[in-house]
Design a protein around this ligand. Sequence first.
Ligand code: ADP
Length: 307
Amino acid sequence: MKSIKIFAPATVANLSCGFDVLGCCLDNVGDEMIIALTSESGVKITKIDGADLPIETHKNVAGVAVEALLASYKETVGVTIEIYKKIKAGSGIGSSAASSAGAVWAVNHLLGNPFTGNELVQFAMEGEKLASGNAHADNVAPALLGGFTLVRSYAPLDIIKLHSPKDLFMTVIHPQIEVKTSDSRSVIKHKISLKKAIHQWGNVGGLVAGLFTEDYDLIGRSLEDVIIEPLRSILIPEFQNVKEVAIQKGALGAGISGSGPSIFALSKGIETATKVAKAITEVYNKTGLDFDIHISKINDQGVKIID
Ligand code: ADP
């Protein structure tokens, strides 16, 4: 029986301007998983530690994603999955994506890497479909490929790995309130004005250019969302205050992480990211709500083997 232990990273999707298309991978926030190949065919979740999640293969995103992979594999194999959850479900930092991406990455590794990164994204998207009813790739792509990723197109799937400037650090606050992806999707309008679309795609282009040229000011100017944030931020306590103090303390920009309730701030240098974390903590301490705060560099590798 071949087995590996992996780190399945948390991810920040959307990055303000890039709803459903941009995302980036965190380095010290994530789950652990132990994945094994077995002689008995079929996919089994044998352990879930740290969260109350379904153990049935077809109800767990890790099981569904691995089943999608095995359906495309030429031989019959069995897989067991142990999940050690550190990322809370519904946090907006890719809890379900970490499980889907981690599981397919590990099985591919154990099988000798028969599938490409893009194919793994497609299998992991089946897990996302189970979690939120929508096969989005903006969390699973950075979890699998590392760094910053762009989903240029969904049909056909075309994922582009962007450049990660070394000095970028994320501060993420996760208020302990659950906002289901399905709920935060329901507040979004499905029609937008051309004026807003122009504003938004200008920012997406600006952010991509800023990452490649390591132009931190341009990155900051482009971290702006005129479409989703004004609607979704009302679901997140103290959102405007958190964003304001983060920028006052030197963050390049701040916004909703994925579908929330987590809020991210991107900074140049760990000192600024730490100052931002302190200021945000002060804002949230006044709310009486429980919260987690993370500071992380960008993980340019994605899922990785540990131990
Ligand atoms: P997030 O954006 O933090 O991943 P979602 O609300 O999109 O949060 O996904 C969490 C949903 O997926 C929950 O309903 C949870 O029960 C379901 N789920 C199924 N399997 C898993 C898993 N292995 N890890 C996390 N969530 C899972």
